[in-house]
Design a protein around this ligand. Sequence first.
Ligand code: ADP
Length: 464
Amino acid sequence: MKAHDGMYIDGDWRPAAGTGTIEVVNPADEQVIAHVPAGGAEDVDAAVRAARAAFPGWAATPPAERAARLAALRGVLAARQGEIAETVTAELGAPPQLAQAVHAGLPVVVAGSYAELAASYAFEEKVGNSTVLHEPLGVVGAITPWNYPLHQVVAKVAPALAAGCTVVLKPAEDTPLTAQLFAEAVHEAGLPAGVFNLVTGFGPVAGQALAEHEGVDLVSFTGSTAVGRKIGAIAGAGVKRVALELGGKSANVILPSADLAKAVAVGVANVMANSGQTCSAWTRMLVPADRYEEAVGLAATAVAKYVPGERVGPLVNARQLERVRGYIRTGLDEGARLVAGGPDAPLETGYYVAPTVFADVTPGMTIAQEEIFGPVLSILKYEDEDEALRIANGTVYGLAGAVWAGDEAEAAAFARRMDTGQVDINGGRFNPLAPFGGYKQSGVGRELGAHGLAEYLQTKSLQF
Ligand code: ADP
C-alpha cells in the first residue's frame, strides 16, 4: 500500500519533526501493510500555523469560489473512488462491495452537497434593523475515528471549508492511509496552501496537542464517549467551540402493526453492516411479547447470510476484537440466550467476530446498555407501547433509532416521543442532507447538510 512518510502541511508533504511511526495493519490477515509518521506537538504546531496563516484569505474568498473548489474536490474523490475503496479494504477490512458503495461512495455525495451549499447558503440575513453576518469560526481541529475513515473526514472538512474555515485533521491511527489519499485529493482539487493540513499520529499525543492548541478555534471530534469527555473538558478550559459525535445504543422499535419479517431483516442488516462498527446502529431490537419468538426465529435466519470473510469483514484491530468478545461473554454470563454466533473466533486469522444474536435480553443487562461496536444484536421484549418507549429511551445515549408500524403516522407519533437525534420510519432512506448527531451523551452539535455547515459559523450583528 502506498504511504507518505511526511505530513501534509501548507500545501506540501513535509518531513515529520520526530522519528516515530504508526504501523498500519490489514485486519483481515493481520499483516503490516504500511508505516506512516506518528506526529507530535511540533507537527501539530506547524499545521495550525499554516491553517492560521491561510484563514484570512480563505474566509474572504467568495462563497461561489469556495463552492467551485469543493466541486473540484468532489470530482477528484469520484475519479479516485476505486483506489479509495481498495485502501479502505486494506486498512479497515471492509468487504470490497461495501468499501466501493459506502466508504468511497458516500463521501462523493457529501462533498457534492457542500459544493452546492457553499454556493446557496445565506451567509447574511436581515433581522429587523440588523444585518446578521454568518462568519467562519476560524481554524478547525478535526479528530476522526476509523469506522468510516473517509466519510468521517469529509463530514467535517467539507462543511468547514464551505463555511470559510481552515482545517488541521488528525485521523485515527488505524486508518491513516485513507486520510493521506484525502490530502492528495485536496491538493489535486487546487485548494490554496494551508487551507487543509494533515497530521497523522496517536490520539493521546497528536490528538491531544491539536485539541489543546491555542491557535485552534473549534475542535470537532468523532469517537468514543470517554475521549469525547476529555476533548470537551479541554475545549471548555480554552473557551473553544466543540462538536462531539459520540457513542450510541439505538433502538429498533417494532410496533405490533408492523411488517415483522421486513423489520427484522432490515434491522439485522443494519447491525451487521460494517461489522457492527457504526455508532448509529440499531443494536437493540424491541419486539411485542406475543410475536417475540417469531422475531427471534426470523433474526436467526437473517443473520445466517452474514458469513465472516465474505459479507462481513473483520473488526479493525485486536483490541476491538477482545472488547467485543468480552461483551459477548458478559451477555452469556448475565443470562441472555445465544441465538447465533458467540465468542469463539469464526476464522483462524483476522480479527473476525461471529455475527451474534442474543434473545431474552432485559433492559438492565450490560449488552443492552453499553455500546459494543461489533456485529452483536440484542432482542428485547415489551408488553405495551409505554414500556417500549421506556426501554428505547432507557440508556445514556440518543443517537439514532428506527420505528416500524402498519402506517407511517403511527410510527412517526412514536418517534416524536424518542430521545434521539435521528429516527428511520419504516425503513426510511438515508438522507445525506439531514442533520446527524446525538441527544444526551451521544454528543454535542450536528453534522451533514445545512445544520452541519452552521456548526462552523459564528454570527456578527450590524445595527442600522
Ligand atoms: P475508538 O475507541 O473508537 O478508537 P477513540 O475515541 O479512541 O475511538 O478515537 C477517536 C479519535 O480520537 C482517534 O483519532 C484517536 O486517535 C483520537 N484520540 C484518542 N485519544 C485521544 C486523546 N486523549 N486526545 C485527543 N484525541 C484522542
